[in-house]
Design a protein around this ligand. Structure first.
Ligand code: OGA
Ligand code: MN
Length: 296
């Protein structure tokens, strides 16, 4: 394998060429890909031919596959790769105001995946299966670059503090009825350090999301204003990469250092991405994230 890279944005992200993701294994390709992941935070592999089984195998190289529906599955029922999709089982698309579409719309708020779970996500490996001609881009923003560029006076307001996260909080911004559903209330509120320090290279990144609702030491209104200001800073256009999908494109990003969001598309047009999240572990810096007040 001769791997070459091209920047996606001056601050982060690379397109990776010379790799067939279907052939990557622990010894072949993964060490190089993991090093690029730690360094650049977001990797794009264009036009891959990759089956569901190969997608699973690739994800497993990064760590344990996240399974949000473990409690819903009946004995013997197999894990299914989660789909970000507006296509129903009968092939029709979901209506604009139904709960499924509203849930997709909540993805249009800047977020990291699974900050509301006891084991948040390290990465999402997203593959385009069905794409639209217009709209439906996925956007990424570097909270490593954003944090590094942030004025010290703003940094000071959150450094060393813990932040609370809940799934229902991001859904309530779209629809209170949606937020009340059981699937958005499964996990206890999570409390994480506002900064995630990468244990490989020591780089800090702001760790906030649409799911964040309370910063230690501030009331909820002050917290939301601070969270919005900080996310706003990190998602200024110069820190954003917007990806217009083609079938087979694979995006793999570091949830510890990148915010992402979907963007609207005509809802009568089918759009399906396969999404496997991998859970973060102590080796990824999770233990330190759970210890509040230690980021100097
Ligand atoms: C996700 C996500 C956005 C999109 O898969 O976690 O937020 O563009 N997707 O569909
Ligand atoms: Mn997401």
């Amino acid at each position: 394998m001769t791997i070459t890279t091209t920047p996606l944005n001056p601050h982060f992200g690379v397109a990776v060429e010379g790799v067939a993701l279907s052939d990557v294994s622990t010894g072949e390709g993964y060490p190089e890909i993991r090093a690029l992941f730690e360094e650049h935070s977001a990797l794009l592999f264009r036009r891959q031919e990759i089956t569901d089984a190969q997608h699973m195998a690739l994800a497993t190289l990064f760590g344990p596959i996240e399974d949000r529906k473990a409690d819903e599955r009946k004995p013997g029922q197999a894990f299914e790769i989660p789909k970000v999709s507006n296509v129903k089982d009968d092939g029709s698309t979901t209506a604009e105001m139904d709960h499924h579409t509203l849930h997709l719309k909540a993805n249009f708020l800047w977020h990291c995946d699974s900050t509301f779970m006891p084991q948040p996500a390290l990465t999402n490996l997203l593959i385009a299966r069905v794409v639209t001609e217009t709209g439906g881009a996925t956007e990424l923003a570097s909270t490593r670059a954003g944090w590094a560029a942030m004025p010290e006076a703003l940094k000071k307001r959150i450094r060393g503090r813990g932040v609370w996260h809940a799934y229902r909080h991001s859904r309530a911004k779209i629809s209170p009825e949606l937020a009340a559903q059981a699937m958005f209330n499964k996990w206890p509120d999570q409390h994480w350090n506002a900064i995630w320090t990468n244990p490989v290279n020591g780089r800090e990144a702001l760790y906030l999301a649409s799911h964040s609702f309370k910063v230690d030491g501030y009331d909820e209104a002050e917290s939301q204003a601070l969270i919005d200001e900080m996310i706003g800073f990190c998602t200024r256009p110069e820190y954003v990469y917007s990806h217009q999908w083609q079938v087979g494109d694979v995006l793999i990003w570091d949830q510890r250092a990148v915010l992402h969001r979907g963007t609207p598309w005509p809802y009568d047009k089918p759009r399906t991405l396969s999404s496997i999240c991998v859970s973060a572990r102590p080796v990824d810096g999770l233990d330190a994230l759970a210890r509040i007040g230690e980021t100097a």
